[in-house]
Design a protein around this ligand. Structure first.
Ligand code: NAD
Length: 364
């Protein structure tokens, strides 16, 4: 009987998000062998290997690449650590999945893009929200309605990882975290033309040690299709009802409110899906791969079904196995545009002037 060989997968950066990916890999063992785990902190790589029940442990990623010869690598290192690792993977023609944000240096990211494309490898980035079942009805709504205004808010607390609190290391909240919202707005709605951002800091009482980032930033966006929007993001929230995270696409008679990986609510009579039906149990009815509930107040509610993160990782792995980059919803080239969108906000905060996104994308 013919035995099909499995793809060899390694991971660099055994921290928070690495652990999320590892959890997914455990379900893919019919198609992958986890051959190596690398972290500068050896106990972290060791813990991953123990959880996987396989995989050699390293603190030096070059040694891991030499000894384990992977077909693909997940790069799960903090924003300020990018560059060297990607260049090494490109040199060896190894497919890679790299966590967002790709880099804090747009010129470095552009160089990595061009070199990875020249090497013909498959790349992907960690924008798992693109794989949500909420994306399709959101795009459908946007196609059927003229959108005037996009408003986005992401208000949360200060994450525990130390580097996050230093904007020089993390890029700040827009670049490091709210980039998911910037990215999904691009994916379902369209490309931004210009941003004008303002930030504030010093308002948080007793911030944790090493805190050197914005408490809040607010960005005005002019889109290429003529709409305007605002994207606000803050880390001043201490709990309770102050948490908020949503993107609202508004037309003249209705609006769609997306809570990424949560719900998509479409408000307005004309926006209500004709085939939505109330089946009792709170008006919730599952159809296809999504949940649709028709409430009494002229709204249609879609609920997140399944795990977009699993789909995101599996899609990259299958694309790398087949050598088919077109399967990936967020290849390096596209993720770079979301990076530019957020880095343009930082440039605007620093200069006090509007910034055109295309100015950051010159040369690619
Ligand atoms: N897609 C998502 O939803 C999502 C969620 C959380 C974090 N992230 C992203 O993932 C990245 C990492 O975040 P995290 O929270 O896991 O950080 P973390 O600090 O928990 O883990 C990063 C790990 O990388 C290791 N590391 C750094 N440089 C290395 C190198 N050269 N070789 C080997 N190991 C190295 C560190 O020792 C650390 O253990 C960030 O860019 C973050 O934005 C994405």
């Amino acid at each position: 009987m013919e035995t099909k060989s499995k793809a060899r997968l390694a991971l660099i950066g055994c921290g928070g998000i690495g652990s999320y990916h590892l959890g997914h890999f455990l379900g893919f063992t019919d198609i992958i062998d986890m051959v190596g785990f690398c972290d500068l902190i050896p106990e972290r790589a060791q813990a991953f290997s123990e959880k996987a029940g396989c995989g050699a442990v390293y603190t030096d990623y070059k040694k891991m690449l030499d000894e384990t010869n992977p077909d693909m690598v997940f790069v799960c290192i903090p924003p300020y650590c990018h560059g060297e690792v990607e260049y090494e993977l490109i040199k060896r023609k190894i497919h890679f999945f790299v966590e967002k944000p790709l880099s804090l240096d747009i010129e470095q990211a552009k160089d990595i893009l061009l070199k990875s494309e020249a090497a013909g490898i498959v790349t992907a980035s960690g924008f798992q929200c693109r794989y949500s079942n909420l994306v399709e009805p959101n795009i459908e709504y946007i196609k059927a309605n003229k959108i005037f205004f996009v408003s986005c808010e992401r208000m949360g607390g200060i994450p525990m990882v130390e580097w996050w609190r230093n904007k020089e290391l993390s890029g700040g909240q827009a670049v490091e975290q709210t980039i998911h919202q910037f990215d999904i707005i691009r994916y379902v709605f369209g490309e931004p033309d210009t941003v004008f951002s303002m930030n504030t800091t010093g308002l948080i009482d007793n911030p944790p040690e090493g805190y050197k980032t914005d408490d809040l930033s607010v960005t005005c966006v002019k889109f290429k299709n003529g709409a305007v929007g605002t994207i606000s993001t803050g880390c001043y929230v201490e709990g309770g009802d102050a948490y908020d995270s949503k993107v609202v696409f508004s037309s003249s008679k209705s609006r769609a409110e997306l809570k990424i990986l949560g719900t998509l609510k479409i408000f307005g009579e004309t926006a209500v899906k004709k085939d939505a039906e109330d089946k009792g149990e709170g008006g919730f009815v599952v159809k296809g791969d999504g949940g649709i509930g028709a409430g009494s107040g002229n709204s249609t509610v879609y609920k997140q079904v399944g795990d977009a993160g699993i789909l995101c990782d599996l899609t990259f792995i299958e694309a790398a196995i087949k050598g088919d980059p077109t399967l990936v919803r967020s290849p390096y080239r596209d993720a770079l545009r979301s990076l530019a969108f957020t880095l343009a906000c930082n440039q605007s905060m620093e200069s006090g002037l509007p910034v055109r996104i295309d100015d950051l994308l010159k040369g690619i």
